[in-house]
Structures are given as structure tokens and as C-alpha cells.
Ligand binder design. Structure first.
Ligand SMILES: Nc1nc2c(c(=O)[nH]1)N[C@H]1C(S)=C(S)[C@@H](COP(=O)(O)OP(=O)(O)OC[C@H]3O[C@@H](n4cnc5c(=O)[nH]c(N)nc54)[C@H](O)[C@@H]3O)O[C@H]1N2
Ligand SMILES: Nc1nc2c(c(=O)[nH]1)N[C@H]1C(S)=C(S)[C@@H](COP(=O)(O)OP(=O)(O)OC[C@H]3O[C@@H](n4cnc5c(=O)[nH]c(N)nc54)[C@H](O)[C@@H]3O)O[C@H]1N2
Ligand SMILES: [Mo]
Length: 778
């Protein structure tokens, strides 16, 4: 997997998910890390007691300590972090920032780990070495020079540990702001918003053991074969014991079809594989709300038939009476939703919808899982509330084998929220902080990601600090987001690897190199553990295993404490003492965050501890004290008004998604094995019939523009059009290459999440192609 250029290829992939293909791929990445033996030792410590938490996804660990607990893409994440290549002062002396900007995202991260603190020198357009003290001094000077603390934004990506996140929010709030935009704003925000309103808690209600008990597992808008490979095992086990695994996905993702277990020797030797799903439905983009509503409408019809013929009820009346409110209004809405509108919007036939409803009804215990195909739409909050309504009808929340499972992305994104990384913090959290630390806690709401970009563009935000992530590439409307960062007086990136955000500098800019999950974190009090929370609300410790590449790197908590101490002095805490021994941070967490009493002691439990979930216990922390049926009207038209007002007709509706060789904006390679794509990422998948209808040929280079009414041209150029097994009218392209098409103002109602899975686009024969042809014929 050297940075060699492979000829772009495109060929149907016939193999199963995981299996030999995965093993081959892991081996390549592993050798390429340049320290294969060290990394093998590290890999075997992934997700083990006394080892580190996988920096990949937020899927929980299977109980039992004898199992290998990493997957192909977890191994890639580990090898990517644990490389021996370094991006140091010599590297930055060699390349100017302008030169670096010419390189691909793939090339940038491939250069290795950031190993020294660097300051951007505008005069020479180079990053130059700086000391930690000078870096902290520059940050303090800028923060103290603000007219209001709300002129600073503190971004967090979801890899930060609980300890780092807690200190970060404490620092920001002690400074006086709730400006904590985070990757969650672009990810599962809608899940948190929807579930908080419906069931009084924004987190999944199931744990690992529920997957062994469910009669049906619905997987909506998720591609676990690539993004949560460890989830394939429980899905396959479920199919084996006769449970239903029902997928809703417009794409027949390989990882949702067949699975070869990399840790089952017989399956590997015989090249056997097992099915992952029992039924696959392919809805329209954004069609899941209508699909869920149709299932509920069938249940209502069958419930009425059961009542009139004295058959057992379809609804769980005891649960509904004791635990919910709002059912009448909801049932009215079901009666008033026409079958025709549900069929049209879902993109599924009435027969398919009825079949899905039967599968749902026949299962005594149902788990609903979902990810980005559900959360990145204009009406995501309503879609998730419809999923919840359905579960409430049959009492499928708060009993074994049933519940809601928003499958999180980043390995600690859920924990970061628990620690208070939230631009709209609860009064409970703010009161607890005020009481414990005796400073006047800011009560005003802060910026989410979209609001932060708007504030930077307007010149209201002057300092931008990022605890990880790649803000420049992860956000929508790329050129605008870049302009926003460049508008700041100071941008600070606390990072492990070089990315485009480092090259999209404010007037002043800093790169602060930090330790990653795999690195040993040695402090005055000895090597430190950090903690994380997975999608099942399990909290456990993570111990780095590898010697850091450079003594100049610092841990995230140490960097935050350094910024805080230089800016605020020893208030509201003695920052140095917290860094000497992270148990001191955990004591503060125990004092202020519910559920963490005796934090340090409970961490000693093998496998960690369960934080608990009120809804799982059928306690509803809503205003009504009950679980709420939410009667949201169906959108009349999924295409937003603003797109229609552009006066243009969309050719296709496009979603942006992840390839198999990437972790968000981190590109590990140019292949997408399960979709048959090799050596390229600038592709647009479309239906063969659409390609003909629009007058193109498969393999042709095209440009795409998106429709919006603000007069800006949003365009991506020179993408190869590929005929793919995708429903008519739809297209798909990779994130982040397609992000310039997502309008900043196109976000979910109530969630502010960019609508990355629903973009109205038009296609044109590529200008780059035309220019080439003209050049040739000249
Ligand atoms: N290896 C690897 N692991 C990862 C990540 C990674 O990039 N690489 N990213 C991590 C992060 S932060 C996250 S949030 C998760 C993301 O995990 P996923 O949500 O699985 O990621 P996406 O690639 O965005 O896939 C979205 C899926 O939803 C489908 N889809 C799109 N629109 C719709 C729709 O309207 N309805 C339905 N039913 N389906 C739809 C797409 O076809 C696709 O299969 O993975 C995490 N894990
Ligand atoms: N169009 C479109 N846009 C999307 C999405 C989509 O599906 N489509 N998905 C959205 C989603 S779900 C998410 S979560 C966001 C992701 O947004 P981000 O979390 O901001 O982006 P990442 O690509 O995960 O960040 C990668 C960078 O994080 C840094 N990093 C890695 N590990 C560590 C660490 O341990 N500590 C620190 N300090 N830094 C580290 C490295 O420098 C690396 O370059 O993107 C969103 N954007
Ligand atoms: Mo995410």
C-alpha cells in the first residue's frame, strides 16, 4: 500500500465481507506501517482489558476476554496511527503551505505523525517550530484579547477521551462560552434530539446481550461491513439462530449480504461465508420515515382486525397505557396518511411495505439500528421519531432483546457528549459545574458546526481551536468552510496527523501534536489510562501500548491543561495536578457528571461498567414523564424549497458515503473493495438507465452542481460516472470529495446536521474532458 498510483478499475466484487479479502488488506497496511511487529503486539491489545480502545468505530466489545476484538478496519486505524513516519520541522521546512495544499488528502495523512509543535509563519508561508510555552502564550494572548469569550469556538472530534473532553469543556466554560461545535453535529445529532424528546434520553437503549435475544434486528441506513465490521458477527449469529435481520438500504452493501468470519478457521479455509440478512429493502433516499409509517399503518389495520375478530392484540396495550402518551394523535395521523403517499415517498411497493410490516409484527423483540443514512436528512429527527413510535406501539423499548440502537461513529463521540461537549448543555450540567467549581457558568447557548461556520464567515468568531478532527474537510460547502477558517485571527489544531485543516489557516495558526489512543501516555504520576464510552454506554479504560515517536508530543489532557493554565492561571482548578494523575480528573467527573460515582474504583472491573439508561428501565425523563408518540407530518416533498427555487430541475438525488478504505476524511487508500472500485475516488455511482436517460456514457467524466437558491455555484469537476446497482433517480459519491455540493444552509430541522445524504444535483459533460479533447484536436 505504498503511495503508488494504481490504474483505476471498476469491477463487480463477488467475495463475502471480511474473510480473506480483509486479511489481505490488513496485511498490506500492517507492513506499510513500517513497524509490523510492534503493531501486531499492539493489535492484540485492541479492546482487551489492560489494552487500548480501538480508535476505529464506537461499536461495543463482545463480553468475554478470550476473543480477538479487532476487525479489518480497526486494524487499519491502528496501523495508520502507529506509523514510524513523522512529519517534523524538516518536513515543514521542505514544503510551503501553498505547496502542501496542492497535495491530496490521502498524501497529506500518509506522511506520518505530527511530532513537533509548529507555528505558521505568514511571511515565508511555512510552518516553523515553536516551543510549547510559546504556543500556549500565543493562544492565551488571543483569547484574552477577545471582546467576549463567545468570539472563540472549541471544536471536538469524537476520538477525544473522556478525560480530555471533560477538561476541554471545563476550560471553555471557565473562559465563559458554550461554543462547543463537535463532529456529532454532523453525525448522530438527530438521534440525540429525537430520542430526548421521545423517550427522555439521547442514547441507545440496548446493550450487547440484547443482540442475542432479539427476534428481529432492523438495520437502517448503515453499512456495517465497512464502518462497524464487528457488528457483522452478532448479525450473522442472529441469522444463524433464526432471527430476522431486515435491512433498509438503497445500496445492496456487500457487508449486509455475506460474511466470512476471519476468526473461524474452517470458514476461511473452505472460503465459505454466511448470510447477514434475511430480507433487504431498497428505499428512496430519505424514504425511511414513510416506510416506518407504512409499517405502523399496517399494524393499526391488523390491530383493528384483531379487535373485531377477538384475536390477540397487535399493539402492546399495557405498555402503551402505562408508559406512553400521545397515541391518539399519532393513530389519527396514520389514518390520514394515504397509502399512495407512503408508497411514493418510501420508494417501496405496497407489497414490500406489507412484508416489512409482517416481519416486524412476527417478532416479539425487535432492535432498530441506524446510522448516517437516517441522520443526515432534512427530516432526520422526524424519521427517528417514527422509528421510535413504531417501537412504542409494540412495547419494544425497555425489555430484553428489544430497543433503539443508534450506532455511533467515532470511538468516543458518545462519551464526549456525556462529558459536556455540547453547545446546548443541560441546566443540570451547568448547575453541577457551578456548584463544584464556583465560577459563573455561561448559560447562553453556543454554536453548533453550522453556526460556528456562519460566525467565522461573519467575523464574529476570531479564535478557532480544534481538539482533533478535520474541520476543513468534514464540513459542508467546502470553499465556504475554508473561507470561514481563513477568516479567523488564530486557528489551533490539536492533531495526530497532517490534514487540510492545518493548511487552511487563520492569520495565525498552530499545530499541536498529540498522543493517540495507541501511544503510552507517561505523566509525573506514571503511565496514564484514559476512558471512553461505546454505543452501549459501557465505560472502560484504555492504555496506550506503543512508545511515542517523539518526546515533543503531548497528551490531549496535557495540551488542554497547558492552554487553560496559561490563559486562566490556576483557576478554577490546579491544572498541573490533574495532569500528573488522571485519576484526579476522574474525581472531578465523578463529582459533576451523573452516573460516575466511584469512577476510579469501578474502572477496575474487567470490561468496564455500564452507565445505565433510563429508557431501558422504562423511566421516561421527558416533560410528560412518559414516552411520547410524536405525530410529525410527512414532508410533502423531500426536495427542499430552496433547491426548487433555484429554478432548475434535479437530474438525480445524491448521497455522500464512505469507501472501504477511509476513516472519515482520512483516506487509507484509493480502493473500495466491496463496491468493486480500485485506484480512484472521484466517482459518481448512478443507475445505468439514468446514465442513458441523461445522455451520458458509463466511464465518462462529468461535473456536478447542486441546486440551491442563494446564487452560489457549487460544483465538483472531473468525476467518473459509473453504472452501479443503485435505484433509479439516485446517485452516490464519496465524502469528503463531494462535500462542496452540500449547501451550508441545507441542514436537518432541529438537528442542524448537514443533509449529506440528500443533495439535488445536475450533471454535465466535464469541462476538464472537453478541454482535453480541444487540446488534443488543436
Ligand atoms: N472504517 C470506517 N469506520 C467508520 C467510519 C469510517 O469512515 N471508516 N466512520 C465512523 C463514523 S464517524 C460514522 S458516523 C459511522 C458511519 O457509518 P455509516 O452510517 O454506515 O456510514 P456511511 O458510509 O455514511 O453509510 C451510510 C449508509 O446509509 C445508506 N443510506 C444513505 N441514505 C439512505 C437513506 O435515505 N435511507 C437508507 N435506509 N439508507 C441510506 C448508504 O447507502 C450507506 O450504506 O462509521 C464509523 N466507522
Ligand atoms: N458529506 C459528508 N460529510 C460528512 C459526513 C458524511 O457522511 N458526508 N459525515 C460526518 C460525520 S458522521 C462525522 S463524524 C464528521 C467527522 O469529522 P471529523 O471528526 O472532524 O473528521 P475526521 O476525518 O474523523 O478527523 C481526522 C483527523 O483527526 C485527527 N486525529 C485522529 N486521531 C486523533 C486523536 O486521537 N486525537 C486528536 N487530537 N486528533 C486525532 C487526525 O489529524 C486526522 O487527520 O464528518 C461529517 N461530514
Ligand atoms: Mo460520525
Amino acid at each position: 500500500m505504498n503511495m503508488q498510483v494504481v490504474n483505476p478499475r471498476y469491477q463487480h466484487y463477488k467475495g463475502p465481507a471480511a474473510g480473506w479479502g480483509a486479511l489481505r488488506s490488513v496485511t498490506r497496511f500492517w507492513l506499510d506501517s513500517k513497524q509490523p511487529l510492534k503493531n501486531l503486539r499492539a493489535l492484540l491489545k485492541t479492546n482487551q482489558n489492560g489494552g487500548f480502545d480501538c480508535p476505529g468505530c464506537a461499536w461495543g466489545d463482545s463480553p468475554g476476554s478470550d476473543r480477538v476484538k479487532f476487525c479489518e478496519n480497526g486494524a487499519k486505524a491502528v496501523n495508520w496511527e502507529a506509523t514510524s513516519r513523522s512529519v517534523n520541522a524538516a518536513f515543514f521546512a521542505r514544503y510551503s503551505v501553498t505547496q502542501l495544499r496542492e497535495q491530496s488528502d490521502y498524501w497529506l495523512e500518509y506522511q506520518g505523525r505530527l511530532t513537533e509543535p509548529m507555528r505558521y509563519d505568514r511571511a515565508t508561508d511555512h510552518y516553523v517550530p515553536t516551543s510549547w510555552d510559546d504556543a500556549f502564550g500565543l493562544i492565551a494572548k488571543h483569547l484574552k484579547g477577545l471582546d467576549s469569550p463567545n468570539q472563540a469556538d472549541f471544536y471536538t472530534s469524537g476520538r477525544a477521551s473522556n478525560e480530555a473532553a471533560y477538561l476541554y469543556q471545563l476550560f471553555g466554560r471557565a473562559l465563559g462560552t458554550n461554543n462547543f461545535p463537535d463532529c456529532s453535529n454532523m453525525c448522530h445529532e438527530a438521534s440525540g434530539v429525537a430520542m430526548s424528546q421521545s423517550i427522555g434520553i439521547g442514547k441507545g437503549t440496548v446493550t450487547f446481550s440484547d443482540f442475542d435475544k432479539a427476534d428481529a434486528i432492523f438495520v437502517l441506513g448503515q453499512n456495517p461491513g465497512t464502518n462497524h465490521p464487528r457488528m457483522l458477527e452478532p448479525l450473522r449469529e442472529a441469522v444463524k439462530r433464526g432471527a430476522q435481520v431486515v435491512c433498509f438500504n438503497p445500496l445492496k452493501e456487500r457487508g449486509l449480504e455475506r460474511f466470512q468470519h476471519p476468526q473461524h478457521p474452517i470458514e476461511m479455509l473452505t472460503n465459505g461465508s454466511e448470510p447477514i440478512n434475511t430480507r433487504f429493502f431498497r428505499p428512496a433516499l430519505g424514504g425511511d420515515m414513510a416506510a416506518m409509517r407504512a409499517i405502523a399503518k399496517f399494524l393499526l389495520q391488523w390491530e383493528r382486525e384483531a379487535v373485531s375478530s377477538n384475536q390477540p392484540s397487535v399493539f402492546d396495550h399495557a405498555f402503551i397505557a402505562a408508559h406512553t402518551q400521545g397515541i391518539d394523535e399519532y393513530l389519527n395521523l396514520l389514518d390520514n396518511s394515504s397509502w399512495q403517499s407512503l408508497v411514493e415517498q418510501s420508494g417501496l411497493t405496497l407489497q414490500e411495505l406489507e412484508h416489512a410490516a409482517q416481519l416486524y409484527r412476527e417478532a416479539q423483540r425487535v432492535i432498530m439500528c441506524w446510522a448516517m443514512g437516517i441522520t443526515q436528512h432534512q427530516h432526520s429527527v422526524a424519521i427517528i421519531q417514527e422509528i421510535t413510535n413504531l417501537q412504542l406501539l409494540r412495547g419494544n423499548i425497555g425489555r430484553p432483546g428489544a430497543g433503539l440502537c443508534p450506532v455511533r461513529g467515532h470511538s468516543n463521540v458518545q462519551g464526549d457528549r456525556t462529558m459536556g461537549i455540547n453547545e446546548r448543555p443541560s441546566a443540570e450540567l451547568l448547575d453541577a459545574l457551578q456548584q463544584r467549581f464556583k465560577f459563573s457558568v455561561p448559560r447562553e447557548e453556543g454554536h453548533n458546526v453550522v453556526e460556528a461556520i456562519n460566525a467565522m464567515l461573519a467575523g464574529e468568531t476570531r479564535v478557532f481551536v480544534a481538539l482533533g478532527g478535520n474541520f476543513a474537510q468534514a464540513t459542508p460547502d467546502t470553499p465556504l468552510s475554508h473561507k470561514a477558517l481563513q477568516n479567523c485571527e488564530l486557528t489551533v489544531q490539536i492533531s495526530t496527523k497532517l490534514n487540510r485543516s492545518h493548511l487552511t489557516t487563520g492569520t495565525n495558526a498552530l499545530i499541536l501534536p498529540c498522543l493517540g489512543r495507541t501511544d503510552i501516555d507517561e505523566q509525573a504520576g506514571g503511565p496514564q489510562a484514559v476512558t471512553v464510552e461505546d454505543s452501549f454506554s459501557m465505560i472502560h479504560a484504555s492504555y496506550g501500548q506503543l512508545t511515542p515517536l517523539s518526546t515533543q508530543m503531548r497528551s490531549e489532557p496535557a495540551i488542554i491543561a497547558g492552554m487553560a493554565k496559561t490563559t486562566l492561571g490556576d483557576t478554577p482548578v490546579n491544572w498541573d495536578a490533574l495532569i500528573a494523575d488522571y485519576r484526579e480528573i476522574r474525581k472531578l467527573i465523578a463529582d459533576t457528571i451523573p452516573g460516575f460515582t466511584d469512577f476510579n474504583q469501578r474502572l477496575l472491573q474487567p470490561g468496564g461498567f455500564y452507565l445505565g439508561n433510563s429508557a431501558a428501565e422504562r423511566q421516561w425523563q421527558t416533560a410528560s414523564g412518559k414516552a411520547n408518540f410524536k405525530a410529525n407530518p410527512l414532508l410533502e416533498d423531500l426536495i427542499p424549497e430552496q433547491a426548487k427555487r433555484s429554478g432548475q430541475q434535479a437530474d438525480l438525488i445524491m448521497q455522500t458515503l464512505r469507501s472501504h478504505d477511509q476513516y472519515n476524511t482520512t483516506i487509507y487508500g484509493l480502493d473500495d473493495r466491496y463496491r468493486g472500485v480500485t485506484g480512484q475516488r472521484k466517482v459518481i455511482f448512478a443507475n445505468g438507465a439514468d446514465i442513458i436517460r441523461l445522455g451520458f456514457k458509463t466511464g465518462q467524466k462529468v461535473d456536478a452542481v447542486s441546486l440551491w437558491d442563494d446564487g452560489l455555484e457549487r460544483k465538483i469537476v472531473g468525476f467518473t460516472l459509473l453504472a452501479f446497482d443503485i435505484p433509479a433517480g439516485q446517485a452516490a459519491a464519496y465524502y469528503p470529495e463531494a462535500n462542496p455540493l452540500v449547501p451550508l444552509q441545507s441542514f436537518g430541522s432541529g438537528s442542524f446536521t448537514p443533509t449529506s445524504k440528500f443533495i439535488a444535483i445536475r450533471l454535465f459533460a466535464s469541462e476538464t474532458d472537453k478541454q482535453m479533447i480541444e487540446a488534443k484536436s488543436a
